[in-house]
Structures are given as structure tokens and as C-alpha cells.
Design a protein around this ligand. Structure first.
Ligand SMILES: Cc1cc2nc3c(=O)[nH]c(=O)nc-3n(C[C@H](O)[C@H](O)[C@H](O)COP(=O)(O)O)c2cc1C
Length: 397
């Protein structure tokens, strides 16, 4: 089934066995000092065994400088202990023949205040303050399990201050140093996170970038920081490692957000990224074809792919094989990234490819933060284990 989705692809320097990538999914399951755990290695290896062609790790903080870390229990790639911890994951995933890249992120104005040092302000493109956000989860059962009554708590953030140009360079250097450590840890490349409300998104998005210098005021200027990061990362890790750049309209504090200018703005962003050092771009969304532009029906990843000439990884609401095939067939993308379905169904790629009937668990924004979880499934521990056996030879992609 789905021959396009399950055809091989050369993406930058990497040979992928198929076009299904595991989307980056924060689990907040590192040690408090950011060291990746054995549990994480088992979690990623389980998804590698499930047949994906590429794994993109959850967002890792690349430095302890300038309030980069966004969450408690977020993994880092900021020191030697982090490198040693991640090496267990990369070795376990490589043993199953799957490449894995490390997503590097800086939280910007939406870092958990508990990650800030005393007196430290979060940083952003401009002097702005996030309106805060409600945690991903929305299940009443989970509310009960976590002892929460009333509305879900909103996470709020202090006012952020604009980065100086010298600090922009420093943050970009931090990404490059993190990328070098990621390679040392065995990763096959990195993804630069410029999506979902974090620092680089705050520059790309005209709503949060109010700058009037070279880093704001036009689509070209708004992506300048992301391009600088890509250039420094390329210099640090060379041509043999994959670099992807992730973009979105959504932010964690702007879930229904739309870029002012819609598809036309997306095209300008794509054109400005045509000569960036990333091998591929990655569109993040909860519904990949939803462009939120009343004047156009062109999906955003399609617009950016056409304008940039770069291969595109497309993410968002791809729940079935037919959804994946439609992305590739339509020309909107070259690879699909699957997120939430892989929480409950680590064998998603094998199952979909077989075309066999399967009792899918409906997925929603549930069980995605940290009540006690069985990390093999990322669903509550009493959730029945899937009966799929991915080791049956005929089922191997
Ligand atoms: C619990 C959770 C954690 C996430 N963590 C990250 C992350 O670390 N980095 C990132 O770029 N996106 C992250 N995302 C967004 C997903 O990569 C993806 O864009 C989103 O889940 C929609 O894709 P899906 O419909 O395939 O799940 C996260 C999403 C969820 C639900």
C-alpha cells in the first residue's frame, strides 16, 4: 500500500528507506539537569522498530546561555553529560537502521519561568509579552488523574526583552555549538526549530517581530536570524549531516495563529530561504492543508516548497496512509512527519503499509504531558498494549 510514501528518498546527505518521519515530540522525560535517560532511548528505539524512515528528536536546548531552556525536564545538548545520555538513544536507533536528527530550540519569550535564573528576563525579537498558554492536554480523565479541578491552568510568562544584534550572533553560535555536540552524540544532523512559538518563530512571525533593523520589518529580514543559524550550524557540522528548518504559523501561545499576509507571506518566506543552508524545510501544523488564508486554497507547505525550491517535510493531522500519500502525490511535500499517532501506535508505518485492519486508538491532544505514563506507548499504563508484531519479516518495509 501507498507506494509513494514507502519509496526511498535521498534527503540532503541521508538515504531514507521511506518518507515517513517521526515528528519532534517533547516528552519532558529527561533528568532535571537535562540529561537524556535510558527510558528515552527505549522510547525512540521502539518507534525506530515501528518502521519510520527518519526520527526527529524532541526539542533540546543547546546552551545554558540567554534563557534557552524552555521546560522543566527538557533534554539538553549543552554539555558532555547530555552528549553521553543522547548517545544511548542514537546507538539504539541506529542499531535498527534508522537515521535520527536532533531538534535544537531556544524558547525565547515562552520559557517556563522556573527555568529562568533569578532576575533574568526571557528574550525575544522585540519587547513583547506572551499572552500565555494552556497545556496541551484536554482530557477530563487526565484532569482527574492529576488532581486538577476547575479550568486547566494557563502558563504565563514575564515580559521579554529584545535581543541585541550581538546577542543574536551569540544565540546563533549557541545553536552551532549544540549542533557540533549533537554530531558528537551520534546524531545524523539537526533540525533548527523556527516553529511553534519559540525564539526563531518570534522573529519569523510579523506579529511578534516589531524590529526596524536588519532582523525585522520584511519577510527577508524576519528570516535572517534563522538563516544565520543555518549558516553557522552548517559551518560547524559540515556537508555530510542533514539540516532541516522547521516553520509554522501556530505557536504554543497562538494555536490558531495566522501569518499576516497568509500564503503571499509564506511565498516570500520561502523565496528568502531559497539560498539558506538547510537541506530541507519542515512545515508544522495540526492540519497540514489548513492555510488560514481566506484568499487562497494553496497549502502553506506547498507555497513554501514552490518558492524555496527546497524539499519539504509536511506535518499535521496525517493519521492514515491515504493522508500521507495525498501529501506526496499533491506535490505539497517530499516526506511526511507523523506526531501524535506515534504515541499510541509506535508501529504506525508498518501497520499503514500493510493495509491490514487495525483497531486504531483515536488520538487527540490527550496524554501528552506528564501524568504517570507507560513510555513504550505514551498512554496511561493501563492502556492495552498493541498486538501488532513488527518483527514479522513480511511486515518489514
Ligand atoms: C506533546 C507534544 C509535544 C510536542 N513537542 C514538539 C517539539 O519538541 N518540537 C516541535 O517542533 N514540535 C513539537 N510538537 C508538535 C508536533 O511535532 C506536531 O507538529 C503536532 O503534534 C501535529 O502533528 P500530528 O498531527 O502528527 O500530531 C509537539 C506536539 C505534542 C502534541
Amino acid at each position: 500500500m501507498f507506494p509513494k510514501t514507502f519509496s526511498p528518498l535521498k534527503l540532503g546527505p541521508l538515504a531514507l528507506k521511506n518518507r515517513v518521519a517521526m515528528a519532534p515530540l517533547t516528552r519532558q522525560s529527561a533528568a532535571l539537569d537535562g540529561t537524556p535517560t535510558d527510558e528515552m532511548a527505549a522510547y525512540y528505539a521502539r518507534r525506530a522498530r515501528g518502521g519510520v524512515g527518519l526520527i526527529i528528536s524532541e526539542g533540546a536546548y543547546e546552551t545554558d546561555d540567554l534563557s534557552c531552556k524552555a521546560y522543566l525536564s527538557q533534554p539538553g545538548i549543552a554539555n558532555a553529560a547530555h552528549v553521553a545520555g543522547w548517545r544511548k538513544t542514537t546507538e539504539a536507533v541506529h542499531a535498527l537502521g534508522v537515521p535520527i536528527i536532533c531538534q535544537l530550540m531556544h524558547g525565547g519569550r515562552v520559557v517556563d519561568p522556573r527555568c529562568l535564573r533569578a532576575g533574568e528576563s526571557p528574550v525575544s525579537a522585540s519587547d513583547t509579552q506572551s499572552g500565555g498558554w494552556v497545556l496541551y492536554t484536554d482530557s477530563d480523565q487526565e484532569k482527574h488523574d492529576r488532581g486538577i479541578t476547575g479550568d486547566w491552568p494557563k502558563v504565563t510568562f514575564p515580559p521579554a526583552r529584545a535581543l541585541t544584534v550581538a546577542e543574536i550572533e551569540r544565540v546563533a553560535d549557541g545553536f552551532a555549538e549544540g549542533a557540533a555536540r549533537a554530531v558528537e552524540a551520534g546524531f545524523d544532523g539537526v533540525e533548527i526549530h523556527a516553529a511553534n512559538g519559540y525564539l526563531l518563530w518570534q522573529f519569523v512571525n510579523p506579529k511578534t517581530n516589531l524590529r526596524t533593523d536588519d532582523y525585522g520589518g520584511s519577510p527577508e529580514n524576519n528570516v535572517r536570524f534563522a538563516k544565520l543559524v543555518c549558516a553557522k550550524v552548517r559551518e560547524a557540522i559540515g556537508p555530510d549531516k542533514l539540516i532541516t528548518l522547521r516553520l509554522s504559523q501556530d505557536g504554543v501561545d497562538d494555536f490558531t495563529g495566522a501569518w499576516p499576509g497568509g500564503v503571499a507571506y509564506a511565498r516570500s518566506v520561502g523565496a528568502a530561504l531559497a539560498d539558506c543552508e538547510a537541506d530541507a524545510l519542515h512545515w508544522a501544523s495540526f492540519a497540514w492543508a489548513d492555510n488560514r488564508d481566506p484568499d487562497s486554497d494553496v497549502p502553506m507547505p506547498q507555497a513554501i516548497r514552490d518558492a524555496s525550491g527546497k524539499p519539504m517535510i509536511v506535518n499535521g493531522g496525517i493519521a492514515e496512509g491515504a493522508d500521507a500519500e495525498a501529501v506526496i502525490e499533491s506535490g505539497a511535500g517530499d516526506v511526511v512527519a507523523v506526531g501524535r499517532p506515534l504515541f499510541a501506535h509506535p508501529d504506525w508505518a508498518h501497520i499503514v503499509r500493510s493495509g491490514e485492519a487495525y483497531p486504531w486508538t483515536p488520538f487527540d491532544r490527550k496524554y501528552v504531558v506528564r501524568p504517570p505514563l507507560d513510555h513504550a506507548l505514551c498512554y496511561p499504563a493501563d492502556y492495552p498494549a498493541p498486538d501488532w508484531n513488527p518483527d514479522v519479516a513480511s511486515r518489514q518495509p
